[in-house]
Write a protein that binds this ligand. Structure first.
Ligand code: AMP
Ligand code: ZN
Length: 699
């Protein structure tokens, strides 16, 4: 137990240690590290309320171990580094593992991997080492024992030596065979290790169901897996979509009690193959046996780019010496095997302080609270503001100004506030008061029963006009080149744009006189706007920014009309009958086209020669010939512009990539192609196309 005061002190000490401030002599530093690690262990394992990120904890732990190695005279038997692993509750029967379940040492970059490779070579005396590289599954670890082909025991990791007996719960998992033909491989008794996980999609579904029932949402799939696995009623854990992935054989003997590892069984890959053949879910399709560290690093990099699309949450990769004899030569410390190493992907989470909340008015009048945080670097970008979605979100997460917030950003995904760390509050935090009036026009905000969103209802609200116009010209809408956000805002302020049709009657003579504009840029703007007049009508429909209507719905509608004006005469029922359109969306479309000012706008656009007809050639262009294929263009293109090329790929269902990688299917080269071409030639799976060949693909 720690008092409030002690905790406060330890939190501050942690921050100092992470940031390397307040330099101390080694002995004092070692003691400080032990103190904070013990404290965070207590928070994590006893309270289940960590106040430190995993990466930071790892960093401190690693530093302590390093210091103790350098200064063995300060090593004490009660140091947290001398413990195998931690965490045990007394709800379940305790069982000893056949072989200790250790942690993994962590690495974060290629240098670390090379250092690991070096140490393996030193330990084994071998010059060439093969590594098996596989995803590090983010779940809850499990050890299964089979005897005579029957599952006899399942246990959690516990403290590494002793785990909890969860055999009954494990039996409820369909992916764990109750019997497996190990005898076919001469194995009589075997202990295998793996991870119980919840697939991302399943996790999302569970949370959606909980939301619908008004229950508290689960924070992440790892805690959910570990919690579900230890539920008292095993049937419920089965319904939660748990699955076991097995990736390690820790013990195997034949009938005579002879150890088969490194004797009959030679490589890690071989053991995975046996597990696979015995009916277990394994990483066999994801792993790669690499012939050296360099190949392992390249494979890790490849995974880093595609892990977001993998169905299971991974927080890194595991690099394992493939040869089991070599593994034995490496041995283990009390903490981790020396033949394996976890590679942690760049942090997805960071802590920051919430400085303030701003309120943005969207094009439909929805007011979104936006968190202004102290800038943090996360997965390659600096984040300073994050959406807080709505008032409910703030209440649910109990967010206060001044709070320490946990920010998460997974890959390309928009950053998200996972929650706050109430333990780090100082008492100076301020409650967030959602505004009662529009921050732009001061009209009172309203909230309907079925929505959690506050809206400004004023049709002339300047903030809304701005957002509507910005959306109107955006890439997925009319896609007007040369008319970006700042120009729109400027034109609105000057009174050039009061409503959407004004975009097609801009006073070019006056614009020419403005600072920053010249003949050329005005010509370009004019051309961009002229081009936009001829776009297919799904773009115009999307451009209106009708609530709940995006690109897909706009296209669905388009295939049922000849002219946009047809929509004025369609009943609610007509609209609901269109495939892909539900009652709410239909209502929203109906409301839009029954509003006289909107019909007036469409007629005005028509008069200014903006296309409102569904022309036959528009639907011809679209098909799915390039579905699932990825493209990159390089060199100077002769037959079409980059933008047109992009459009062609997207219209045909393909995807564009921004760099050459093994994920790329086609590189289309124009004249004077450079480094991208030479790089692509080294990757056999990439097909290089000329412009003509590309056009043939979609013809
Ligand atoms: P850590 O707890 O961060 O030290 O990481 C070690 C844990 O990673 C192991 O105890 C396993 O539960 C887990 N793990 C996930 N995937 C793998 C894998 N492919 N190979 C080995 N361990 C894994
Ligand atoms: Zn307003």
């Amino acid at each position: 137990m720690y008092s409030e005061q002690e905790q406060h002190h330890l939190n501050q000490l942690t921050e100092q240690l992470i940031k390397h401030t307040g330099h101390k002599p080694d002995k004092e530093k070692i003691e400080a590290l032990r103190q904070v690690i013990n404290y965070h262990d207590w928070r994590y394992y006893s309270l289940s309320q960590p106040v430190i990120l995993d990466v930071d904890y790892d960093k401190l732990f690693k530093e302590l171990r390093k210091l103790e190695e350098e200064r063995p005279e300060f090593l004490t038997p009660d140091s947290p580094t001398q413990r195998v692993a931690r965490g045990l509750t007394d709800d379940f029967k305790q069982v000893s593992h056949l072989v200790s379940m250790l942690s993994l040492d962590n690495s974060y970059n290629a240098e670390d991997v090379n250092a690991f490779d070096k140490s393996v070579k030193k330990l084994t005396g071998a010059e060439h080492i093969q590594y098996c590289v596989e995803p590090k599954f983010d779940g809850s670890s499990i050890a299964l024992v089979y005897e005579n082909d029957m599952l006899v025991r399942a246990a959690t990791r516990g403290d590494g030596a002793v785990g909890e007996d969860i055999t009954n719960n494990a039996k409820a998992l369909a992916s764990i065979p109750l019997s497996a033909k190990f005898s076919k491989f001469g194995i009589h008794r075997i202990e295998i290790r793996g991870e119980v996980i919840i697939q991302k999609e399943v996790f999302e579904r569970i949370n959606n169901e909980r939301k619908a029932r008004g229950e508290k949402l689960f924070q992440n799939s790892r805690n959910t897996a570990s919690g579900s696995l230890r539920l008292k009623d095993p049937n419920e854990s089965a319904t939660r979509g748990l699955e076991a992935v097995l990736y390690h054989v820790s013990f195997a003997e034949d009938k005579e009690g002879k150890n088969l590892l490194a004797d009959k069984l030679h490589t890690h890959f071989e053991t995975i193959e046996i597990l696979y053949k015995c009916g277990f879910k394994t990483p066999i399709h994801e792993l790669k046996v690499c012939k050296n560290a360099e190949e392992a690093i390249a494979f890790i990099e490849l995974w880093n780019t595609k892990r977001n699309t993998f169905s299971i949450e991974t927080d890194g990769m595991v690099i394992k010496v493939n040869d089991l004899k070599m593994q034995q030569k490496c041995g283990s410390t009390t903490h981790h095997p020396r033949w394996a190493m976890a590679y942690k992907f760049q942090a997805k989470q960071a802590q920051s302080k919430l400085k303030d909340v701003e309120y943005q008015v969207g094009r439909t009048g929805a007011v979104t609270p936006v968190a202004k945080i102290e800038p943090v670097a996360l997965a390659g970008v600096t984040i300073a503001s994050i959406s807080l979605h709505n008032e409910e979100f703030i209440k649910e997460k109990d967010i206060h100004i001044g709070d320490t917030v946990i920010v998460e950003r997974a890959g390309e995904v928009i950053p998200y506030i996972m929650g706050v760390v109430p333990e780090l509050r100082t008492g100076h935090e301020k409650k967030i008061h959602f505004p009662k009036n529009c921050p732009s026009c001061n009209s009172p905000l309203i909230k309907t029963e079925e929505e959690a969103i506050w809206r400004c209802d004023n049709a002339d609200c300047p903030a809304q006009t701005e957002e509507r116009a910005i959306h109107f010209v955006s890439k997925d809408a009319l896609d007007i080149d040369g008319l970006g956000r700042s120009i729109i805002i400027d034109f609105i302020q000057r009174g050039f744009i009061k409503n959407l049709e004004d975009i097609f009657r801009l006073p070019y003579d006056e614009i020419l006189k403005l600072e920053g504009w010249g003949e050329r840029s005005v010509e370009n703007l004019k051309k961009g706007i002229e081009d936009a007049k001829g776009r297919p009508i799904w773009r115009l429909i999307n451009a209106f920014g009708i609530r709940l209507v995006g690109v897909t719905t706009s296209k669905d509608i388009t295939s049922h009309i000849k002219s946009i004006l047809d929509l004025e005469n369609m009943s609610l029922e007509d609209l609901t009958n269109i495939e892909g359109i539900g009652p709410k969306v239909a209502q929203s479309i109906y409301d839009f086209f029954q509003t006289p000012s909107n019909v007036k706008l469409i007629k005005a656009l028509d008069e200014m020669k903006v296309n409102i007809q569904n022309r036959p050639e528009d639907s011809l262009a679209k098909n799915n010939k390039l579905e699932g294929k990825t493209f990159l263009f390089t060199g100077s293109l002769q037959q079409f512009t980059r933008d047109r090329a992009k459009q062609l790929v997207e219209e045909n269902g393909g995807k564009l990539l921004s760099s050459v990688s093994a994920n790329l299917n086609y590189l289309v080269v124009g004249e004077d192609a450079g480094s991208k071409l030479s790089k692509a030639k080294k990757i056999p799976s990439i097909t290089v196309l000329s412009e003509d060949e590309f056009l043939n693909l979609i013809a």
